[in-house]
Design a protein around this ligand. Structure first.
Ligand code: 2P0
Length: 331
């Protein structure tokens, strides 16, 4: 009998320049590059234990045994690791988020980043950051970004095999003191999963081609803003990338609409804050929650103002976070 195990942790991230649409479904290659901010303290901790006596992979998710689609997705991901390590043992995976799923932040990003690191180490592999990012991307596009901390650029890449589609840290988030304020607007699960929403947009939206066309120039503008530590320039591109992505989804047939009334009210509140001189820029993902890019100095004030918007249930100020890290390993 042989058992090897490892525990890893990864933070979630929020895209400032969004990823929406795939150029290859099989390899999970994004149609566009993206730029994100990794958030501290919103993390997934995952233990992977390869055990040659197990008959099948098993998954415990937030304390409960998981079957069906979540287990199938994890198992498929573990197959990639097994193939790479020439390993046949099945695995016990125990994974938990330290934030509630209803916190308004994605968990697949931190989940697959933590799984990529824990599973490869438990399998005896030592991958570089870029290699881990390529692997994590197979689980979830946004997970490729959570391998790294601070501002992260996930390159679209051009190769058919996807080996040039990895993320890299572009730096400066901590020194600069950017913040992200999250306003939760709903306790429920989102209606359309990102994977389905982006595929439907790609297949049916007459605005999808325009979304693709605007994305690389937006990325270049965001990279320039990050390098110059120009929050206003980054805020402007953050807001327009989000709204262009949602416009393409709303034009899908039938429409994919993630906004609630409170999302729009939050957007209006951000506009009003800006008119009042506050550095605040709106973004929103495949769900109804309002997210506001700002700086350390103004985050609390913005959080209070956002919390006062009808329909915003609670707010949280997030600081830039570190990349995925190994917590423990044993062979
Ligand atoms: C993003 N989102 O860039 C965009 C903006 C949601 C809206 O990445 O299909 O869950 O697993 O690769 O990573 C959500 O996409 O999608 C996402 P898959 P994923 O953050």
């Amino acid at each position: 009998m042989s058992v090897t195990r490892a525990i890893a942790e990864a933070n979630t991230n929020i895209a400032l320049v969004k990823y929406w649409g795939k150029r290859d479904k099989q390899l999970n290659l994004p149609a566009v590059g993206s730029l994100s901010l990794t958030l501290e303290g919103l993390s997934t901790r995952t233990e992977v234990r390869f055990d040659s006596t197990l008959a099948a992979d098993a998954l415990t998710l937030n304390g409960d045994t998981a079957m069906g689609e979540p287990l199938r997705r994890i198992s498929k991901f573990l197959d990639l690791v097994r193939m790479r390590a020439a390993l046949s043992a099945r695995a016990q995976v125990v994974s938990a988020n330290n934030f509630p799923t209803a916190a308004g932040l994605a968990s697949s990003a931190s989940a697959f980043a933590a799984l990529a690191l824990a599973a490869t180490r438990a399998a005896g592999l030592e991958l570089t950051g870029a290699e881990l990012s390529v692997l994590a991307r197979r689980g979830s596009g946004s997970a490729a970004r959570s391998i790294f901390g601070g501002f992260v650029h996930l390159h679209r890449g051009v190769r058919d095999d996807g080996d040039d589609c990895y993320a890299e840290e572009v730096g400066g988030a901590t020194e600069w003191g950017v913040r992200l304020v999250v306003g939760v607007t709903s306790e429920g699960q989102k209606e359309t999963l990102s994977t389905d929403g982006m595929q439907h947009t790609a297949e049916t939206s007459p605005y999808y081609a325009q979304w693709i066309a605007t994305s690389e120039p937006d990325l270049a503008a965001a990279r320039k803003a990050v390098a110059a530590r120009d929050l206003e320039a980054l805020g402007v591109v953050t807001e327009r990338s989000c709204l262009t992505m949602h416009a393409s989804a709303m034009a899908a047939r039938p429409a994919v609409v993630y906004f609630l009334g409170a999302t729009i009210d939050g957007y209006r509140a951000v506009q009003t804050m800006r008119k009042g001189g506050l550095p605040a820029w709106f973004t929103c993902d495949a769900g109804p929650h309002v997210k506001v890019l700002t700086d350390a100095e103004h985050a609390e004030e913005i959080s209070q103002k956002l919390a006062a918007v009808p329909g915003v249930l609670r707010t949280r100020v997030c600081v830039p976070g570190k990349g995925a890290r190994l917590v423990e390993e044993q062979s």
